[in-house]
Design a binder for this molecule. Structure first.
Ligand code: CP
Length: 336
């Protein structure tokens, strides 16, 4: 049984098929691929786009979505095997995933890092716990990667450039300032999908401390070796933006300071000038700009950039609906 935990687990032909199906779902919104089926959407963190697009996507395909927020409207869940559960958790993932699997046909999971210990967070234990015990396919709705966002981003770029072939495009993933240290998930995912699609990818970040986890840097190197793209790290804003075809922005906390965010904050505060603005965009090859949203205006990107014709963040957000319908339809259609 196939899950959708990371795009890296899927062969390129199957990713291409998902993107083609998503384009079809964008044209023909109503269908019956999930008729009589249900998905449980398990949210450990807030959401606007993910929750709305999954609920509506299931509805538009004839299915039903049940939203659960463990610790709020559902029991808090234990993930440690062998734990003596005399603390706050009320039931174990071994029961939760198996019981949900008797009710629904798919399970979506959003579980951000706890931001205390990266060596623990990088194990993605919540998502893996669901995948281990579930007897139905599990979908990553953002943990330490965000594969649904990857597909929405890829589809938006394919639409913008008018072709599914994005090879040779100069792609800049730029770190941006944010007052809080944020999840690296979207940055990990942007690197993964951009290199997979054969683009010439630059990771622009203030210092080596902001380079991403070696697992995702390794995926990027592996992907360009297979796709014919290229991958480099830069700390030079002018050089990175020069001639870019795509600028994708995201903020994240520096991994070496993980859990000691008070110490990271003065470091991060020195790089407010990484904001995406008109002057930087003017150095590009008339680049398209995007962001996964939510975005703090005039902190990560200026009003002028967000309101410019170059910005496709709204198209990317819309595409979440279409790509997730493609993912749900593909997962329920697989032979049992
Ligand atoms: N981009 C994204 O996942 O948005 P939400 O956090 O609102 O779901």
């Amino acid at each position: 049984m196939k899950h959708f935990l990371n795009t890296q687990d899927w062969i390129r032909a199957d990713l291409d098929a998902l993107l083609a199906d998503a384009a079809r779902f964008k044209r023909d919104r109503i269908g019956d691929a999930l008729k009589g089926r249900a998905i449980a959407l398990v949210f450990f963190n807030p959401s606007m786009r993910t929750r709305t697009s999954f609920e509506l996507g299931a509805f538009q395909l004839g299915g039903h979505a049940v939203v659960l927020q463990p610790g709020k409207d559902a029991w808090p869940i234990e993930f440690d095997l062998g734990a003596v559960m005399d603390g706050d958790t009320e039931e174990h993932i071994a029961e939760v995933a198996r019981v949900l699997s008797r009710y629904v046909d798919l399970i979506g999971v959003r579980a951000f890092p706890k931001f205390v210990d990266w060596s623990a967070d990088r194990e993605d234990r919540v998502l893996k716990g669901f995948a281990k015990y579930s007897t139905v396919p599990v979908i990553n709705m953002e943990t330490i990667t965000h594969p649904c966002q990857e597909l929405a981003h890829a589809l938006a770029l394919q639409e913008h450039f008018g072709t599914p072939d994005l090879r040779g495009r100069k792609y800049v993933l730029t770190w941006t300032y944010h007052p809080k240290a944020l999840n690296t998930a979207v940055a990990n995912s942007a690197l993964t999908i951009a290199t997979r699609l054969g683009m010439d990818v630059t990771l622009l970040c203030p210092t080596p401390e902001y380079v991403l986890d070696e697992r995702y840097m390794g995926w990027a190197r592996q992907n360009v070796a297979e796709s014919g793209g290229s991958f480099a790290v830069s700390h030079d804003i002018d050089a990175a933006y020069a001639g870019a075809d795509v600028v994708y922005a995201k903020s994240w906390g520096a991994l070496p300071y993980f859990g000691d965010w008070e110490k990271e904050k003065p470091v991060r505060d020195r790089y407010r000038h990484f904001i995406v603005d008109e002057a930087k965009m003017a150095r590009t090859n008339d680049a398209v700009f995007s962001h996964c949203l939510p975005l703090r205006r005039n902190v990560k990107a200026t009003d002028a950039v967000m309101d410019s014709p170059a910005c496709i963040a709204i198209e990317e957000a819309e595409n979440r609906l279409h790509v997730q319908k493609a993912v749900m339809a593909a997962l329920v259609a697989q032979p049992s």
